[in-house]
Design a protein around this ligand. Structure first.
Ligand code: UDP
Ligand code: MG
Length: 348
């Protein structure tokens, strides 16, 4: 018998839920999670495009709109949508908590065997979702939208986003795809693992990658916004980027080791100069420089050591589990032999 995925933290092991049905054997339920903040111009077309595109997935579906403290007519329009379509659900947050929180609220409420996260503004075409479902059916746990092109963005945003994605991937100690946003399909096991993480400040892109499940790209062309404006000013984008790095990587705290190493090397160089220089003045200057740089190296190393303790304290405070179990295969007592049903074993 196979048991579903679970994540474990020391002695605490989540109770296993019953094994879920196969990805391909039945229709299954697909949840669509849409964070919305001041999207009144576009939200009705988004709903129309979604309900036109989703039937070809062959799955039943629910669409969860998370109204993230909109101040325009978004909520009223969503209410009208929900009044005419039982597949639509609105989750109204009490104020604007930000896109990351809105997406997390949607994931926590989604009931699907697979969950797609998509922006409300039609930059990510809903018509790509059936291809994501196909990828999921053929075994991917995460089918993420990878941008072949991005219309309607300034060259400044294209260059900075591309550099940041690569820089971020180099800092994070697990594989994280580049040129992707939040448009992706997650298997139920991934959703459960991500929702089960106890930390409050969340950067979903890296949390999904952290769970370590199988990720596959679905290439698509990202369009310009048909209406409305981006909700991210440059300042907000910088804050998000800093959050992303601080939440996902220890490297900034450990950077002091590099500074200590450089100062120590300079200190040793100055000491050698002080010993080798023929003139008294030159030797004196080098000796002073050696004392200053070596003292600096010792101080910086002390900061780096404190950083190491802070890293460990931070990790403990985050409270992430030490590992994630993808599935458990147990001997089948009836058949007298162990077996594994990959698709049927994923629910946590
Ligand atoms: N969004 C949100 N809360 C916010 C900001 C944005 O829920 O505080 C939603 C927004 O309505 C959209 C998605 O997050 O559905 C992405 O936002 P946006 O299109 O402004 O970002 P961009 O595509 O310009 O990076
Ligand atoms: Mg957008």
């Amino acid at each position: 018998m196979t048991n579903p995925a679970s994540f474990e933290h020391g002695p605490d092991i989540l109770p296993h839920r019953p094994a879920r049905r196969s990805r391909s054997a039945s229709r299954g339920l697909l949840s669509i999670v849409i964070p919305c903040h001041n999207e009144e111009e576009v939200i009705e077309s988004t709903h129309r495009r979604l309900v036109a595109a989703l039937p070809s997935t062959g799955m039943d579906f629910e669409i969860l709109y998370i109204d993230d403290g909109s101040r325009d007519g978004t909520l009223a329009r969503l209410e009208a949508i929900a009044a005419g379509d039982p597949r639509a659900t609105i989750i109204e947050l009490s104020r604007n908590f930000g896109q990351q929180s809105a997406m997390s609220a949607g994931l926590a409420r989604a009931r699907g065997d697979a969950v797609v996260i998509i922006d409300a503004d039609l930059q990510d075409p809903p018509e790509v979702i059936p291809e994501m479902v196909e990828r999921w059916r053929s075994g991917a746990d995460v089918a993420y939208g990878r941008r072949r092109s991005r219309d309607g963005e300034t060259w400044f945003k294209l260059v900075t986003a591309s550099c940041f994605h690569r820089f971020f991937a180099s800092l994070v100690p697990y594989p994280i795809p580049v040129d992707t946003g939040d448009f992706k399909l997650l298997d139920r096991a991934v959703v459960d693992a991500v929702c089960g993480l106890p930390e409050k400040r969340r950067y979903l892109r890296s949390l999904v990658a952290w769970t370590g499940f199988r990720q596959e790209p679905v290439w698509y062309d990202r369009h310009a916004r048909p209406a409305g404006e981006t909700k991210y000013s440059t300042r907000k984008l910088i804050r998000l980027a800093i959050d992303a790095v601080m939440l996902s990587s220890d490297t900034p705290l450990r950077a002091a080791w590099w500074a200590a190493g450089l100062l120590a090397t300079a200190g040793v160089g100055c000491t050698l100069l002080a010993c080798l220089l023929p003139t008294r003045e030159g030797a004196l200057v080098s000796a002073i420089a050696a004392v200053v740089t070596l003292a600096g190296a010792i101080q910086t190393a002390a900061v780096a050591i404190v950083g190491e303790y802070v890293v460990r304290t931070y990790r403990e405070v985050q409270g992430r589990p030490s590992w994630v179990v993808k599935r458990t295969i147990e001997g089948d007592t009836a058949a007298g032999a162990g077996h594994s049903d990959r698709h049927g074993s994923r629910a946590a």
